[in-house]
Design a protein around this ligand. Structure first.
Ligand code: THU
Length: 136
């Protein structure tokens, strides 16, 4: 994917941050997941008063995509940060979300994009972030 494509995907994640429901942590996250066919699936974090039912933005996007019939993905962009802050600081998936992504995404080619804290983006391979994920 070209750099401009990365930036467009991140812009979708940043816009999706506006839908985050995070009254307990005050930390808003948006994610944009790119399927290999070109469709983009969006997600935000959705918290709960009982805490453990909360869901991260990345899994919200992944599960929406799988429910829509997609199982092949090339990249995810994540924009996160405290409410009132712009989402331009790095925000990488938690371990649970990395494991969920590993179920469908090639660790050597699937790209994880987030802000670099300096107005740009940084990219990691899924396998860099989760080098020893669980496999049956
Ligand atoms: N969160 C995400 O949605 N994605 C991440 O990459 C990190 C954390 C959410 C979970 C929780 O609602 C809030 O951010 C604070 O941890």
């Amino acid at each position: 994917m070209q750099k401009s494509g990365d930036e467009a995907l991140f812009a979708e994640a940043a816009a999706m941050r506006g839908r985050a429901y995070a009254p307990y942590s005050g930390f808003l996250v948006g994610a944009a997941l790119l399927a290999k066919g070109g469709r983009v699936f969006l997600g935000c974090n959705v918290e709960n008063a009982a805490f453990s039912p909360s869901n991260c933005a990345e899994r919200t996007a992944l599960f929406a995509a799988v429910a829509a019939g997609e199982r092949q993905f090339s990249a995810i962009a994540i924009a996160g940060g405290k409410a009132g802050e712009p989402g331009s600081a790095p925000c990488l998936p938690c371990g649970v979300c990395l494991q969920a992504l590993l179920e469908f995404c090639d660790p050597q080619s699937f790209r994880v994009l987030t802000a670099n804290g300096e107005g740009g983006l940084q990219a990691f391979l899924l396998g860099e972030l989760l080098p020893h994920g669980f496999r049956l």
